[in-house]
Ligand binder design. Structure first.
Ligand code: SF4
Length: 389
């Protein structure tokens, strides 16, 4: 029977793999049955890719383990997956992926959302792996190895009934009684390396706790390239919607102001922004009311359209001109971190419209929800359209 390890490149699954490849006593199957599968989101930390190439791939090569790296071809499942590598002698960890999660986020000016299921992970990791594993197993029984550790029993219980036909889930770390600290200690003993947490460089879950922030913010200061990727995504998302942010609605930008090296990094980030193409976007949101409470928004349909493009200061000048010479008194002009002219601001009651012209890096593509036109019309009319009996 095939033994398929979903290798997430992080501490837990690296500990399993390294132990299996170095300690015969740790496994009950023949290594020729093992296949290592890796889903690349396209946005993993460079450090992780480097360590995998330096310490893990040589072991996989030594034992001739089939290692397959896979990614999404586009944001549509119709386009399928891309096999980045399929070899028994892996050398390159293709962390750049194919269609990157960051491409998807930036195109629509948003950030991965926390709360509920990890939609981004299901799309960028779970789905390509399922497609690949279905191709590998053809519906036959297989052992699917997942790196949950002893502090993740709830995740294990949720995972057990899921997955493809023929899947027999197996959680070696839980069988061994290993928690994360034990995995870290083991990898330290093996390589004298503090193995980092694997994640996209902008992962909001990595920033969701005090410990996560303490671990992740210094990584940004040490790696401006990765910081700029996360900050650019957030900057654009906040331009489109001031309530966004990578730290549960708070901004990574603000968190970096308070860490050593953060202000200098942010000054460099502003220079980075200056070198990008910019645009003015017309961003509209049509909020619907909750059916039983007109003071609560149900959801919103959005339209985002580029109305001008140029360099950053041309766009700011143009918006200044619009705000100072053409704006009715009711329009409000924000000139803080983002330059934004509010045409309609969110109301206390729903439905209601929200509209602003805002300057931002010209990275988002025009997109209007299918239901926008109808929702916008209703939003402009406001709650008065509700019949009061
Ligand atoms: S690492 Fe974070 S951002 Fe990336 S796919 Fe997983 S949950 Fe989403």
């Amino acid at each position: 029977m095939k033994v398929i390890l979903s290798y997430g490149l992080g501490v837990d699954s690296t500990a399993i793999l390294v132990r299996w490849l170095t300690a015969l006593i740790s496994r009950t199957f023949n290594l020729k049955d093992l296949i290592v599968v890796i889903a690349q989101t396209g946005d993993e930390h460079l450090e992780t890719g480097y360590l995998v190439e330096k310490y893990v791939f040589p072991l996989l090569r030594k034992h001739g383990i089939r290692t397959i790296q896979v990614a999404r071809a586009s944001n549509s499942q119709r386009d399928g997956i891309v096999i980045l590598d399929d070899t028994t002698a892996p050398t390159i960890c293709y962390i750049q992926g194919a269609y990157r999660l960051s491409d998807e986020m930036v195109e629509v000016a948003t950030v991965p959302q926390t709360g509920g299921i990890r939609k981004c992970s299901l799309k960028a990791k779970g789905w390509p792996l399922d497609v690949l594993i279905a191709q590998l197993t053809g519906g036959e029984e297989f052992v699917h190895v997942v790196g949950f550790e002893t502090d993740e029993l709830t995740r294990m219980m949720r995972d057990m009934p899921l997955g493809l036909p023929g899947r027999i889930p197996y959680y070696p770390l839980i069988e061994w009684g290993w928690d994360r600290a034990e995995c870290e200690r083991y990898l330290w003993e093996q390589f004298m390396v503090k193995w980092p947490k694997s994640a996209c460089v902008f992962c909001p879950y990595a920033l969701a706790s005090v410990a996560g922030l303490a671990r992740t913010l210094p990584r940004y200061v040490a790696s401006p390239y990765e910081a700029f990727k996360a900050l650019t995504m957030e900057y654009l998302a906040v331009a489109a919607n001031p309530r966004q942010g990578l730290i549960g609605g708070r901004q990574l930008y603000d968190a970096l102001l308070d860490v050593e090296g953060g202000p200098a990094l942010l000054a460099d980030f502003q220079e980075h922004l200056n070198c990008m193409p910019w645009a003015i976007y017309d961003v509209r949101r049509a909020f619907r009311a909750k059916s039983d409470d007109m003071m609560k928004a149900a959801n919103a349909a959005r339209s985002m359209t580029m109305v001008a493009h140029g360099d950053r200061w041309d766009m700011v000048d143009l918006l200044d001109y619009m705000a100072n010479h053409h704006a009715p008194r009711a329009w409000r002009y924000d000139t803080g971190r983002h330059h934004r002219v509010w045409i309609h601001e969110r109301n206390l009651y729903y439905p209601c419209p929200e509209q602003a012209f805002v300057t931002a890096p010209a990275l988002a593509t025009d997109k209007t929800n299918k239901t926008f036109a109808e929702a916008w019309e209703a939003a402009l009319k406001g709650p008065s359209q509700l019949s009061v009996v």
